[in-house]
Design a binder for this molecule. Structure first.
Ligand code: TYD
Length: 206
């Protein structure tokens, strides 16, 4: 595959959308073909699954939740992301496998290795070339989220859940330092954008 697969990860309110827009902006200006996408919900099937997993009233058993995210991912990778990578495009994606391991694994009761295994099966083992982790102390995420009026099902979870998610992300980054770029989400937007740009430029050069 000749394209480049870049994912953004981080807690709710860590600034992923802002950095995705900045990254996409300069890549496009530099003449690259860029596909911007996200999980859950990067396809029409995915939007239906996203609605279930984020807005359904009532309980979803943890394994069912993990499989819903994996189903969204399987369809999204097969029909959108792999074809774009095969065309040589740069894919900039909000959330991927690491979200599942951090949220369904570390954040809940499932084993992180098993959750990862399900996603690897779902995607025929597609890992990103680069994963940008916008690391945010959970209290800061809450502050930013407080400005929004309506929480979805996951955003309404207690702070200790978000603390476990953050710890899960940091453990993933420590295990694969070559794939991850970890940045303090409290840095100014321009500094974050510059750090991301420098790393992507070196990937493109290499
Ligand atoms: P979204 O509104 O896209 O959140 P954000 O703007 O923070 O990315 O909602 C996605 C939610 O789904 C988010 O709380 C994280 C969660 N999630 C999982 O729990 N597992 C997953 O595999 C993915 C992709 C997302």
């Amino acid at each position: 595959m000749s394209g480049l697969f870049i994912t953004l990860e981080g807690g709710d309110g860590s600034g992923k959308s802002t950095q995705s827009a900045r990254l996409t902006g300069w890549l496009t200006d530099a003449g690259h073909a860029v596909l911007v996408t996200r999980e859950p919900g990067g396809t029409s099937l995915g939007l239906e699954l996203r609605d279930i997993v984020l807005h359904r009233r009532g309980e979803i058993a943890p394994r069912a939740e993990a499989l819903l995210y994996a189903a969204d991912r399987a369809h999204h990778i097969a029909t959108v992301v792999r074809p774009a990578l095969e065309r040589g495009e740069i894919v900039v994606q909000d959330r991927y496998i690491d979200s599942s391991v951090a949220y369904q694994g570390a954040g809940r009761v499932l084993d992180g290795g098993e959750v990862r295994g399900i996603s690897m099966w779902a995607t025929e083992n597609l890992l990103p070339d680069l994963t940008i982790l916008l690391d945010l102390h959970e209290a800061d995420g809450r502050d930013r989220m407080a400005e929004r009026t309506k929480y979805d099902r996951l955003e309404a979870e207690a702070d200790d859940f978000h603390g476990r998610v953050r710890a899960g992300y940091l453990a993933l980054a420590a295990a694969e330092p070559g794939r991850f770029l970890v940045l303090d989400a409290r840095l100014p937007i321009d500094d974050l954008a510059a750090a991301i740009r420098a790393r992507v430029e070196s990937l493109l050069a290499g």
